[in-house]
Design a binder for this molecule. Structure first.
Ligand SMILES: C[S@@+](CC[C@H](N)C(=O)[O-])C[C@H]1O[C@@H](n2cnc3c(N)ncnc32)[C@H](O)[C@@H]1O
Length: 281
């Protein structure tokens, strides 16, 4: 994050010259985020039975047979990265977390049950959520993913962006470089209707609200937004209070090792469903 930029002043200066708008946006986003962090943590009420409730909302059976698919696939995604010496888990990608199994399972089941055609996500890093989204779409035999990511400034980290996907799924994945603030409006215009949205980029309330407030009108009725790391800011709470989703779940993450920075050593993610009827915005 900002520390990385400060540790690489030459690279940061080069990026500032080649990408001035992106650099100013990045620095301003971080400034706002730091100011937000002075607030006390947002008190969320966690749903210990979120997985059952998510399936009930979907009208799907619980226990869910699709959960086992994630469990079987997880080592296939993880092991090749570990074999390349990549440290995976919380705080392993320049201060960012790789997608955890709980978050990935929620996204997986949403895709397997709702069969979305158009999925948009922000925040790729090594690409755990991207890979599982693409695998789930592939098992449905339809669907496309648009991912927006602003990579860290150093080149090694940039080379790791999307490595969990690699060359797989070239036909069904568009990876767009840049801040969600600059890129998301254009992506939404190009995509049209969104059937599933995943936020996993900069976890400031300002950024979460920017993304969700733009996506919600484009989101298909009945579809979901998944928001990672909701405990880091007030964005998911203020969003659900202002938009009255059909259902909102706050779920405990399942990091592969404890995340010492979080109040519960794990972190939280949220899922909100757009009502089936009524006004689209
Ligand atoms: C938490 S990581 C994403 C983890 C990923 N979803 C996974 O499952 O492995 C966040 C990513 O978002 C990028 N990012 C940071 N600020 C951003 C912004 N404003 N817009 C888009 N991406 C951003 C970070 O550089 C990083 O690659």
């Amino acid at each position: 994050m900002l520390e990385t930029a400060l540790a690489n002043p030459l690279l940061s200066a080069a990026t500032a010259v080649t990408r001035p708008v992106e650099t100013v946006t990045r620095l301003w986003d971080m400034r706002v985020f730091r100011r937000e962090l002075r607030r006390p943590p947002c008190p969320y009420e966690v749903d210990p039975a979120w997985e059952r409730h998510l399936h009930e909302h979907l009208g799907a059976a619980w226990p869910c047979p699709f959960c086992a698919e994630v469990q079987a696939l997880w080592p296939q995604v993880l092991e090749p990265l570990k074999a390349r010496g990549v440290d995976v888990g919380p705080d392993s990608f320049r201060g960012w977390n790789d997608g955890d199994p709980g978050l990935v399972r929620a996204i997986w089941c949403l895709i397997r049950h709702q069969r979305p055609s158009r999925v948009v996500e922000t925040g790729v890093a090594r690409g755990f959520t991207s890979r599982f989204i693409l695998e789930a779409l592939s098992r449905n035999s339809s669907g496309r993913l648009w991912s927006i990511d602003l990579p860290p400034v150093d080149r090694q980290a940039q080379a790791e962006v999307g490595m969990a996907v690699g060359d797989l799924y070239r036909d069904s994945w568009s990876l767009i470089r840049g801040t969600s603030r600059l890129r998301l409006p254009g992506v939404l215009k190009a995509v049209g209707r969104v059937d599933l949205f995943v936020h996993d980029s900069l976890h400031s309330e300002r950024n979460v609200r920017f993304e969700l407030d733009r996506v919600w009108p484009a989101l298909k009725p009945g579809a979901a937004v998944v928001v990672d790391d909701v405990d880091v800011n007030y964005g998911f709470r203020s969003f659900t209070l202002s938009r009255a989703p059909a259902a909102a779940l706050v779920c405990e993450a399942e990091p592969i090792r404890p995340d010492a920075r979080r109040f519960n050593q794990k972190g939280l993610f949220g899922v909100a469903f757009k009502p089936e009827g009524g006004p689209s915005a």
